[in-house]
Design a protein around this ligand. Structure first.
Ligand SMILES: Nc1ncnc2c1ncn2[C@@H]1O[C@H](COP(=O)(O)OP(=O)(O)OP(=O)(O)O)[C@@H](O)[C@H]1O
Length: 223
């Protein structure tokens, strides 16, 4: 199993109160799974994704990533794990405006040690080709369309060859046709064996995943 969440709980302070958002989430993912997470606004989908991405430590429960217990691990180790094994794709792309496509896609390698420059260059070029942006290598974000920006963000996610890709509304800012092209890319990544968790509000988008789970009342339900 690549991901094993057991009884994961989390809440936030609101004034004097602690408001529980996740109240015992269980989720098991095998390598190569493609799961869509749905749920009403405010049910905790982003919170769950942040926990899966090791950006947030859950208040309770356990998280095993590829059999490794993450609870109690120092921040330094979590950061290393995150950069090596997990990639994020967001609705807002989060590209750096002064860098070109190649430089944006190469960003994750700033935090990774042990790869030669030629290996990094090969992985960056390969990821850019895979998302179909071979002709846009020297363009900056302001010179690209919304769909192209999301392709750059996906190439940046793919380049380090992560085990787990986490996507938060990756088609939320795109028109239906461009969103469809981006979903085709997710499909292709999944066919290549990447494990994907994708949060979406759109049932049609969710139908592209192999499995659908819904967050309701703090826990996950199949379907
Ligand atoms: N850092 C925070 N501090 C306090 N409350 C928070 C924080 N982050 C999220 N919340 C609250 O926790 C609840 C769940 O938020 P979360 O963003 O995980 O939900 P969501 O399902 O992703 O929502 P949406 O679909 O609207 O993006 C919300 O009520 C939100 O206001």
């Amino acid at each position: 199993m690549i991901v094993e969440l057991r009884g994961v709980c989390h809440g936030y302070r609101r004034g004097a109160d602690l408001v529980e958002v996740l109240g015992g989430v269980d989720l098991c993912l095998d390598p190569g799974d493609f799961v869509a997470v749905m749920g009403a606004s405010g049910t905790g989908k982003s919170t769950l994704l942040h926990i899966l991405g090791c950006l947030l430590r859950p208040a309770g429960g356990s998280y095993l990533l590829d059999g490794e217990q993450l609870q109690g691990r120092p921040e330094r180790e979590l950061a290393a794990l995150r950069s090596r094994r997990i990639a994020h794709v967001f609705q807002m792309f989060y590209l750096l405006p002064h860098l070109d496509v190649v430089q944006n896609v190469a960003l994750p390698f700033l935090y990774q040690e042990g790869l030669s420059r030629s290996e990094v260059r090969y992985r960056v070029d390969d990821a850019i080709d895979r998302v179909g942006l071979g002709q846009r290598r020297k363009h900056r974000p302001a010179e690209l369309s919304g769909g192209e920006l999301q392709r750059v963000a996906i190439a940046r996610a793919l380049a380090p060859r992560p085990d787990l890709i986490l996507a938060d509304e990756p088609t939320g800012n795109l028109d239906a046709r461009t969103g469809g092209d981006i979903l085709d890319l997710f499909q292709a990544m999944n066919d290549d064996g990447h494990t994907i968790v994708m949060v979406t509000h759109d049932r049609h988008v969710a139908s592209r995943a192999g499995r659908l789970v819904t967050l309701r009342d703090g826990t996950l339900h199949d379907g």
